[in-house]
Ligand binder design. Sequence first.
Ligand code: EPZ
Length: 427
Amino acid sequence: MEKIVIQGGARLEGQIPISGAKNAALPLMAASLLTSDTLTLGNIPDLADIRTLSQLLTALGVGLNHEKSAEKTSLSFTARDVYNTTAPYDIVRKMRASILVLGPLLARFGEATVSLPGGCAIGNRPIDLHLKGFEDLGADIELADGYVRATAPKGLKGAVVHFPVVSVGATENILMAACLADGETVIENAAREPEISDLAHCLQAMGAQIEGLGTERLVIQGQPQLHGAQYNVMADRIEAGSYIAAAAMTHGKIEILGQDLLPIMTGFADTLKSAGVSLTPTDGGILATLKRPKVKGLNVVTQPYPGFPTDMQAQIMAMMTLCDGASVITETIFENRYMHVPELTRMGADITVHGSTATVRGVSHLTGAPVMATDLRASMSLVLAGLAAEGETTVNRIYHLDRGYERLTEKLYACGARIQRQKAENT
Ligand code: EPZ
């Protein structure tokens, strides 16, 4: 295992290039199963989750080619000789987004057997909305021995799929399946995250007929088959927001490098600005600084897009530990996404949690301490706190971070952070 050791207090100044978005790349990779042609994806981030899904696709029989240029990675997927439609537990348990292979396998091959993903640290993460959607499209669903077995021997049939709860993954799974269904599918109350529009744009490049991108109503005309395409993964808005928080918390000045970042940061760019962060567009991206002595306390409620994203909740909470006054944060998406709270408290933060609401009272400073990462975004909030704290912070179990942040220590080190990865004793 490895840990990250940070000597806090450095003002971060410099440039941070934003990688391709994990939560766009994963469904895009699954979409390769919808065609026997080659799908080439550019700007793929080099992350543990990407490697896990690549491993799963290979196990299904998908041909995989890496093209690594100086700083970008392209992956080519060819699902011509798929000989296995079962996604095994030992891979799915590592990354629940593996469930995204279910829709494409079912739509293309008429069957799919996928291990139930199980819960994770932030919640029990059911997949009932995915399964109901497939039944609406005419599939038979069986649950046995911890697996979902979905079959549609006569193919899927277009239908109206209404989601009572907004679900990113369920929207993506049904959207992909509907592309090969017979007839028209309407997805009502669809999630509207930018990563879904990214997936839809790629599917359109593959020949899919999709209308309503960016809205809660997607209309898909099923096609007999899709063809290959070349597509670049969009930038990671959550990574960008995380490093903007780093600039604010260290009173630094970081140019976040990437094209068209502000439009995809709807939902939290304004929140950051109302906290006192200035986001100035530059030729290369966005210059982030804090334009007041302390972050301004805010009320934040996580919502589906275009609301404040749950994936930025832990990071803005880290920011608010040093706020002027107090802040109230309400997590409405996941039932257990406050595991960063006890760790931040150990660093001197003043946070009380009642149910889904956390009250954060600003303190004058944080103090470095050994802390434990529990999930991807919680680990980032601990890194942020460590960068701002006085003294040394050690973040253990950083395999959580490696799932979603590409070259994190290098990117921060280049801006003057006193940060390094080290081998960890048995933690
Ligand atoms: C995606 O997860 C993201 N993961 C998550 O990012 C993100 O937090 C989440 O969307 C919300 O934005 C990927 O894109 C790979 P949901 P997903 O289905 O699709 C409930 C990160 O840190 N629900 O939108 O699993 C569910 O329990 C990760 O990068 C059902 O009840 O999220 C939750 O309360 C963490 N039944 C709510 O809906 C279902 O069938 C939203 O979940 C599906 C979901």
